[in-house]
Design a binder for this molecule. Structure first.
Ligand code: AMP
Length: 212
């Protein structure tokens, strides 16, 4: 069986953490369009320049750019047996495009309330040098403001400021609804309660991924 998964959920639902755990367990790449964009921006590539403003303001990057980036990444050899997509697709058009290039086995929805999302995001910090992420409550660095791994400075991501968060949550709710219906109709959507510990969310996912 292939392991072609999508992990979805509002910002700070913990889907990134779960995606990494699943990627390790199934030995598949975790593909985050957000990470790809941030890398392009950091490397000041042509694509980076194109998408910089969208990420800064919390707006979605236009579908034609995002989907071509995703298609290119999915065509690599390491995706043959499976992958876990995080942050893509984000709306019905992207889901339809994805459907035209590859079948998907399961869509994992990790859900949390908006209130919980805002609380978690305001505690999030990222290392400006190596990109490692922390949470001041659930995963604090050993030394305040300093990355455990490389000693870099920890900052609030530019799209984690309150205005950008509110915009992203609103966009997420509006755009994900038709996409969730699309996957639900295909009978591949599994829903997970995200307001529990990392370990409990993970075991719920594994339990529900079992082929019935
Ligand atoms: P993320 O790390 O998934 O929260 O993504 C960060 C930002 O990258 C988003 O706020 C968007 O500006 C952009 N982005 C990432 N994935 C997509 C996507 N599938 N469609 C459009 N924009 C995206």
């Amino acid at each position: 069986m292939s392991h072609k998964f999508i992990i979805m959920g509002p910002q700070a639902s913990g889907k990134g953490t779960q995606g990494k755990l699943l990627a390790e367990k199934f030995n598949i790449p975790r593909i985050s369009t957000g990470d790809i964009f941030r890398k392009e921006i950091a490397e000041k590539t042509e694509i980076g320049k194109l998408v910089d403003e969208y990420l800064k303001s919390g707006k979605l990057v236009p579908d034609h750019i995002t989907s071509s980036i995703a298609k290119k990444r999915l065509s690599k050899m390491d995706c043959k047996k499976g992958f876990i997509l995080d942050g893509y697709p984000r709306n019905l058009d992207q889901a339809l495009f994805l459907d035209s290039i590859t079948p998907i086995d399961k869509v994992i929805l990790v859900n949390i309330s908006d209130k919980e999302a805002i609380k978690r995001i305001s505690n999030r910090r990222v290392c400006i040098d190596c990109g490692s992420s922390y949470n001041l409550i659930s995963k604090p660095p050993k030394k305040k403001g300093i990355c455990d791994k490389c000693g870099g400075k920890l900052v609030l991501r530019s799209d984690d400021y309150p205005d950008a968060i509110a915009k992203r949550l609103e966009i997420y709710r509006k755009q994900s609804r038709p996409m969730l219906r699309f996957y639900d109709k295909k009978n591949i959507l599994i829903k997970i309660q995200g307001m529990q510990s990392i370990g409990d969310v993970y075991s719920d996912i594994l339990e529900k991924l079992k082929i019935k």
